[in-house]
Design a protein around this ligand. Structure first.
Ligand code: ADP
Ligand code: MG
Length: 344
């Protein structure tokens, strides 16, 4: 996948409007602050107080890395924590956006699952907005696969994928859409999977520097996780991020890409320009699996997750069952190809 952040000029996207194939799922977070939802916000404010961590209570240490919405620091707060400080610029002054941030934070406190990062609280006083979670040891799948070039043995790949499916199944059962499932947001430590950054995507609206005028900003390694219905609604916006129609089914599509990476140690549509990927995926073209020698069950999972119509994608409990059905003993890895099936 292209290693540079790309920007596409306005008017490039000639894919037409969404064709109505979106799943009817809706995001649980409403950012409507008018009338009826005022009371909700007041109730929420009371509940949120217990999750509010004063920034000065945190012992912020070195920066670990910078992502799309801010910088992550290692820190201490009753033990090791990761502190994601949002790059808000001046936009955090905007009350509606701050309310949206609090609503998304409110979603995080509902999550308790061993394959999900532990949300500990947030700094909610502008201009210092930050999200505090447990510190993930180990490495991300991205680092293992793409930087260290370590191939997962197929049985290990199935175990990792099963844990992702379980964590995602829990999130969906709670009505939470991840919106940013990718190998950079999945940690593996001693065989245990921890998923991070769920439900945060709309926080990007708060952050400065995420938008360039008249250009669609395409962060590297992002496009191949986007389902066709998301690709088709990408727009080069001047004022704000497009309100992308993420659903549970678009999470399934992203999982398909993670599954592909686990199996093939590579990105789908590798080396193809963004424009080509957008054009192809938006029209239902999939990464060819013709060179991937894998059993039928493995390819079926991939193709079902990548189904063009959201309604045709399975849910995560079906994925977990399908992963369990893969006959593990039949599989060996060939030294020449990561997904070689033994024909003997
Ligand atoms: P991205 O997901 O694009 O890598 P992030 O802002 O989420 O961007 O993360 C920035 C860096 O911080 C990455 O190197 C990521 O692995 C690391 N990181 C994020 N969350 C945690 C966490 N909970 N524990 C440890 N490291 C983390
Ligand atoms: Mg992340």
């Amino acid at each position: 996948f292209p290693d540079v952040t790309s920007t596409l000029p306005i008017g490039f996207l000639g894919l037409g409007d969404n064709d109505g194939t979106n799943s009817p799922d809706i995001d649980v977070v409403s950012t409507n602050t008018s009338n009826g939802s005022d009371k909700t916000l007041i109730d929420l404010a009371a509940t949120m107080k217990e999750w509010d961590i004063p920034y000065d209570d945190l012992n912020v240490k070195e920066a670990i890395g910078k992502g799309r919405i801010g910088t992550v620091y290692r820190g201490q707060w009753h033990g090791d924590v990761a502190i994601k400080v949002l790059d808000t610029g001046s936009s955090a002054d905007n009350d509606a956006q701050l309310a949206a941030f609090k609503l998304e934070i409110a979603v995080l406190r509902k999550t308790r699952h061993e394959n999900l990062v532990l949300f500990m609280g947030a700094c909610m006083t502008p201009p210092r907005l930050a999200i505090v979670t447990s510190f993930c040891k180990g490495q991300t799948l991205y680092t293992i696969i793409h930087l260290n070039k370590n191939a997962f043995k197929i049985n290990k790949a199935i175990i990792v994928a099963s844990q992702i499916a379980q964590g995602m199944s829990y999130l969906h059962a709670r009505g939470i859409i991840h919106k940013d499932l990718r190998t950079k947001n999945v940690f593996v430590d001693s065989g245990k999977v921890v998923i991070t950054d769920f439900g945060l995507f709309h926080i990007t609206k708060l952050c400065s520097g995420v938008q360039k005028e008249n250009r669609l900003r395409v962060p590297k390694g992002w496009l191949c996780y986007l389902a066709p219905e998301i690709i088709r609604s990408l727009k080069a916006m001047q004022q704000s991020q497009p309100d992308l129609p993420f659903t549970k089914m678009s999470d399934l599509y992203a999982f398909g890409t993670v599954w592909y990476e686990l199996l093939c140690n590579d990105w789908p549509f590798r080396s193809q320009p963004c424009e080509t990927v957008i054009w192809q995926v938006g029209r239902g073209v999939k990464q060819s699996l013709s060179t991937v020698a894998a059993p039928r069950e493995v390819k079926e999972i991939l193709m079902s997750c990548w189904a063009f119509r959201p309604a045709e994608r399975p849910d995560f409990s079906q994925i977990a069952k399908a992963l369990n059905r893969i006959p593990r003993t039949r599989l060996i890895r060939s030294p020449s190809h990561p997904c070689q099936l033994s024909r003997s």
